[in-house]
Design a protein around this ligand. Sequence first.
Ligand code: FMN
Length: 312
Amino acid sequence: MAGVCNPAFRLIAKEFGAGLVCAEMVSDKGILHENERSLKMLYVDEREKPLSLQIFGGERESLVAAAKYVDKNTNADIIDINMGCPVPKITKCDAGAKWLLDPDKIYEMVAATVDAVQKPVTVKMRIGWDEDHIYAVKNAQAVERAGGAAVAVHGRTRVQMYEGVADWDIIGEVKKNVSIPVIGNGDVSSPQEAKDRMDQYGVDGVMIGRAALGNPWMLYRTVQYLENGIIAPEPTAREKMNICMLHMDRLIDLKGEDVAAREMRKHAAWYLKGLPQTGSVRNAINQMTTREGMNKLLFEYVDQLEEVQKIS
Ligand SMILES: Cc1cc2nc3c(=O)[nH]c(=O)nc-3n(C[C@H](O)[C@H](O)[C@H](O)COP(=O)(O)O)c2cc1C
């Protein structure tokens, strides 16, 4: 997830049991122009492996060249191609979800990438462009014929953006029609849902996105449920804030305190989600500029909450 899945969060996801973590998408042109920000996004901490690095682009030459760069210069285990990003800035450049309209292009681009690199190449796609152009099966078959190693399918069209619900029936159709692993994605928000989707649609894995924001326990609890049938308890407020601060410390190591403090505002709000009486702490988070300030604020909130819980 762009703006989220840097090594700070990915390492936490890993520690909470994720089988494979995926990095935020990186522009092929950004890599080729050696843009500092793009190259930093290719950094992989050994502890987060196996890891998939995702690139996006609209033209064959630059996409393949960027894939070669990732192949030679990073310790990622997988090169993933983005065919799902719905944002106009990306689709206007024939990148992201734009490919979904053209299975021949998908074949050509994936085949050229697979030929050029050593690492396995996978694809992350949406089911189609809009409800009149749902080529999920054809597109996944094109990936398979081109030598793609696996495909992850988000059950929405490009036009849906993040609205409506993910259509898992179409993900199930993809699974029935290719023999490479299919990872289903979209709206998995509990361990039981993850298991139900796997049982019902036969997918080889589920990809969990938004439900893990501020909630890596979602990953841990899902793994526990899939492996042992146990629903582990939800974390306490204090446990949540401990991980939130670990996240912040790792982000500070990565980006420095100023940038990390700004980026942690959204993460802290996600870590607080579902907890009671968060109105004023949420407002205060948006003014935070230091680690010290964030730490004090979050744990004062927890102390107060625990006091109230003791009394009631
Ligand atoms: C903030 C945000 C950033 C995202 N960035 C990416 C990305 O860089 N690459 C990608 O393939 N999908 C990206 N996605 C889409 C997710 O991977 C996923 O397909 C989508 O959120 C649906 O899954 P979920 O319901 O589990 O969140 C992003 C989603 C969000 C909310």
